[in-house]
Design a protein around this ligand. Structure first.
Ligand code: ATP
Ligand code: MG
Length: 857
């Protein structure tokens, strides 16, 4: 180890309290005299706070006791209490890392010599100022430790070639902050010629393609200009200043489009900075598709798109709102209409009952009185009452149509037969008048879907007009055609007459409500002008059209065109099953049926059938009773509840019931009775003012067997009563004809079926018991004797005792056929006490003697 420099450091004032610092070529050593020991401080590459190099050139203790250690790797300042070092190198502004001599001046500044220069360090600011010796004393090479500060403050630094003396206080710093000037601009390292000098420009504009450019600049300090320092920064791109030493240019690559400011600042040779420097704005212009206008147009387009979307939405919302409003309006209108039509329905109910009561007696008396004058008056009264009734019906229909309360109820049927039937009945009802009716059809059968009820109204109206407006000797022609050539299948019904015709200027108006060609009071034909209006609506409900051709004096021709098939019909407009009630109504209305008188109907026991009339209007009840009494045994009920009670008690053969009644309505009555074992077989006819098919179906669904609308023709009621009782009788006859008892064939409802099975089961069980009586049977099925009697007779036309015998004989027949025993054995087996009585009964039932069956087998 070779020591290069030694410095004494005192700790206290005792003789032994001194310390030596020794700079060597192997670090800094400390010798403590009190303990006589050395401590080494060396360079540790891992510890930045260690000595910057092991090669110590000089050690210096300043006036504050701080140790400065010069090495070949810069100056170190030692914090002797902690043993840590702070180093100053070329990076801090030192001209050369090799420190040779260290001195301190009177202002606490440290001066040092490096091989070619003298530097001054201000420990406060930690800034170096270098004084290169090249120009002044080019020959001197400073030597290690060769320095001295004299008592008058002069500094001596020596080395090879001599020494320098100077007074540090006389060396003035260059305090001049040099102005900065941008001197050049290059694109892709090639100088650019500008319209004015770059130094005068405030801004420079570049294309997005100029992605490499550079600026050149200079600080205007000419004292050692090579020692000028520079720093630059492109605002908007660089965050910090870039210190570039005395490099006089800045280069940028790939700067995106935008606005920037290029700033440069510089210092003079003494490190005095002109912080303000100079600047120039740099604008990198974006490409066309990225410039403001482009963005503006993009925004416009996007805005436009958004706007149109918005407008579309608004329009949609508006449309929906509008739709909702119209729907609401329509609903209110519909509600009002429905109210109206309900009102009409109720009113008409009120009208129809009294009308029935007027018409019934009128008809009765008209046929009974012989006095011509009275007969004429009664005839007129009847005609007018009829007319009033028709008007009410038509008004009701119209109001229903208007309120859309009327639905098409199309069912399949043969339209030809239907039209013919109505036309025929018309002719016969016309009676005396000599107007010829001709009905023609291209085919005998055209199957199509149509609403029988409504079609009847259409045809009746057109036919009644034709007959009404055709004088004696004229003709009415009905034509049904099925033009095949059409793409859409349809039929044409033509109703033509040779009547008075309609003036051509009024043809269009006849379909208007209440329009009549000759509306004067004196006109011959009666009517109100509703007929055609209703007809047209009904045809349109059928998805058809109606047209008219007419010539005054020659005649009129109405053509109704209707589509066939069912594609044009909505699902709820189709009723697959023909409610045969319509057919029957038409038939019944036809005069030949109505004309037939009341043939006596008798029950098996020779008694008249029993009919229960349930009706709350006493007049109407009396009226019906009057018609029924000659033929039937009539009992009455004043309301639904009483009706049910009476029915269960008496078990009538038929029930006629009103629908609108207090306590229990007709539907309810129907349901109750049909669900009761005792009365389930009894046919029920419902009477109502509600004329719609829907109501009829509702009635039929509850199990009613027939339906009559008020006001009804008393004769029609009689026919229906008779028919129903007849129907039951026929069923019973089939049973009596000797068929083997199979409940399924006889019973009408499943409840009756069950009842019969129960009775048969009970008899079967006791077949061999000769004492098994009717009372026993009644007890078995939980009925009174008379109830059992009536129910069983109604179903099988046999009294209970007959029924028991009947079962016995049939079993006997079975046994004999199977050859199960002798005749007498068989007789006992089926509960007969005597063989001869058995043989007699057997022969009566089957027409052969039991012995004959036995032999055959
Ligand atoms: P309503 O049918 O209500 O009893 P109406 O027969 O008078 O009364 P519409 O059937 O609507 O009413 O007919 C309107 C008018 O058209 C009739 O009044 C009549 O003047 C004229 N009209 C209708 N059919 C014929 C026809 N076949 N011949 C001549 N005129 C007719
Ligand atoms: Mg008419």
């Amino acid at each position: 180890v070779s020591a290069r420099s030694i410095v004494e450091d005192s700790i206290d004032n005792t003789a032994k309290g001194w310390v030596l610092w020794i700079g060597t070529n192997d670090g800094l050593w400390r010798y403590d005299a009190r303990v006589d020991a050395f401590t080494r401080f060396g360079h540790d590459p891992k510890d930045p706070a260690s000595l910057s190099s092991n090669t110590v050139t000089t050690v210096f203790r300043d006036s504050h006791g701080t140790l400065w250690i010069g090495t070949d790797q810069g100056l170190n300042r030692m914090d002797s209490t902690k043993g840590r070092f702070e180093s100053y190198t070329e990076n801090n502004g030192l001209l050369d890392n090799l420190v040779l001599g260290i001195l301190e001046d009177g202002h606490d500044r440290i001066w040092l010599s490096t091989p070619k220069a003298i530097s001054k360090l201000d420990p406060q600011t930690k800034r170096f100022i270098n004084y290169g010796m090249k120009e002044v004393l080019p020959d001197i090479r400073f030597g290690p430790g060769c320095c001295l500060r004299s008592t008058d403050g002069e500094m001596y630094f020596g080395g090879e070639g001599g020494f320098v003396i100077f007074n540090p206080d006389s060396i003035r710093e260059n305090l001049y902050a040099p102005p900065l000037v941008i001197t050049g601009f290059k694109k892709f390292d090639a100088p650019v010629t500008l319209d004015s000098t770059i130094s005068e420009k405030k801004a420079i504009e570049l294309s997005y393609k100029d992605n490499m450019f550079s600026f050149e600049f200079i600080a205007l300090n000419f004292t050692h200009p090579e020692e000028n320092q520079y720093a630059y920064k492109l605002e908007g791109h660089d965050n910090d200043w870039i210190y570039c030493g005395n490099q006089q240019f800045a280069r940028y690559i790939n700067i995106g489009e935008g606005k920037y400011v290029f700033r440069v600042k510089g210092s003079n040779n003494d490190g005095v900075w002109n912080e303000e420097g100079t600047s120039i704005a740099v604008i990198v212009v974006p490409p066309l598709w990225k410039n403001t206008w482009a963005y503006l147009s993009y925004a416009l387009v996007a805005g436009g798109v958004l706007l149109s979307i918005r407008r579309y939405q608004v329009n949609k919302i508006r449309a929906r709102h509008h739709l909702e409003m119209t729907q609401l309006e329509a609903k209110t209108l519909r509600d009002v209409d429905q109210m109206k039509s309900r009102f009409f329905a109720n009113i008409s109910h009120e009208f129809r009952t009294p009308l029935t009561l007027i018409l019934g007696p009128l008809e009765k008396w008209r046929t009974r009185v012989t006095q011509v004058e009275l007969q004429q008056d009664l005839g007129m009264m009847e005609r007018n009452a009829q007319r009033l009734l028709r008007l009410i019906n038509q008004l009701l229909d119209l109001s229903k149509l208007e309120a859309r309360g009327m639905k098409l109820q199309a069912a399949p049927g043969n339209i030809v037969a239907f039209v013919k039937g109505i036309a025929q009945s018309f002719q016969s009802s016309r009676g005396g008048r000599s107007v010829i009716l001709k009905v023609e059809a291209t085919e005998d059968e055209i199957e199509m879907y149509f609403d029988h009820d409504k079609m009847e109204k259409i045809l009746t109206n057109l036919l009644s007009n034709a007959f009404k407006f055709t004088p004696e000797g004229g003709a009415v022609r009905v034509d049904i055609r099925n033009p095949q050539s059409e793409i859409h299948n349809r039929i044409e019904i033509t109703i033509a007459d040779t009547g008075i015709g309609i003036p051509s200027d009024q043809v269009e108006k006849i379909f208007d409500r209440f329009y009549q060609v000759d509306a004067s009071q004196t006109r011959e034909q009666e009517g109100t002008g509703i007929g055609l209006a209703l007809t047209k609506e009904l045809v349109e409900l059928h998805h058809g059209t109606i047209s008219v051709k007419s010539e005054v004096g020659k005649g009129t021709e109405f053509v109704v065109r209707l589509p066939t098939g069912k594609n044009h019909l909505k699902e709820d407009e189709i009723v697959e099953e023909t409610t045969e009630i319509h057919e029957r109504m038409v038939k019944v209305a036809a005069p030949e049926y109505a004309g037939k008188s009341k043939t006596g109907v008798e029950m098996a026991d020779g008694k008249s059938p029993m009919v229960l009339v349930v009706e709350d209007n006493a007049d109407l009840r009396a009226y019906i009773r009057e018609y029924l009494v000659p033929t039937y045994l009539v009992i009455e009920g004043r309301d639904g509840a009483e009706g049910v009670e009476k029915a269960k008690e008496a078990i009538p053969d038929l029930i006629i019931s009103d629908v609108m009644m207090p306590k229990m309505d007709g539907y309810e009555l129907c349901k109750t009775l049909k669900l009761d074992e005792k009365t389930s077989h009894v046919p029920i006819i419902l009477l109502t003012a509600k004329a719609g098919t829907e109501n009829r179906i509702e009635g039929l669904e509850t199990g009613a067997d027939d339906y009559l609308t008020k006001p009804f023709d008393a004769k029609e009621l009689l026919v229906r009563v008779k028919n129903l009782i007849e129907l039951r009788r026929k069923l019973r006859e089939r049973f009596k004809a000797g068929q083997v008892l199979k409940p399924g064939e006889i019973a009408v409802t499943s409840l009756d079926d069950a009842f019969l099975r129960k009775v048969m089961g009970a008899v079967e069980q006791r077949l061999s018991d000769e004492n098994f009586s009717v009372e026993d049977l009644a007890r078995e099925v939980a009925m009174s004797r008379s109830q059992l009697h009536r129910k069983l007779t109604a179903l099988t036309n046999q009294s209970p005792s007959d029924f028991i015998r009947y079962m016995r004989l049939h079993r006997a027949m079975d046994l004999l056929k199977k050859n199960a025993g002798t005749v007498s054995e068989t007789a006992y087996a089926v509960g007969f006490s005597g063989v001869s009585y058995f043989s007699k009964c057997f022969q009566e039932q089957f027409g052969v003697l039991p012995s004959a069956v036995n032999e055959k087998a």
